[in-house]
Design a protein around this ligand. Sequence first.
Ligand SMILES: [Zn+2]
Length: 122
Amino acid sequence: MNARKAKHLHRQRQEKAARVLAEARQAEPELLEAHDTFELWRRGRATFLLPVIADDLPDELKQALAAYRTAVLDGSCPLCPVSTEVSRKGLVTTRHDGQCPAHPDRLVELGERLGVEIQRRT
Ligand SMILES: [Zn+2]
């Protein structure tokens, strides 16, 4: 396969993944599995991994985690202008503003400050 064709295929896959995500955002979210620390949600043909917000967490952390969950599932963050990227394999990456409390790095810092262990999955 030549480079031009490879590039074309790459773009096609990316566009398809973006279409799947756009369709997913139109569908109602459906809880597939609930575990102690995470949940699997389906929306259209897309599946999302979300952290569970434990009742005993400090409010500040609950709010940041809630924003994180909303951003993953809806593609918009209540705290920053989030951006979403879809890889050609269909992996969705949600990028928060560097200073947003729902940014994975800030979540870990917040957890450390409040004495709660945050496990990063992304
Ligand atoms: Zn954010």
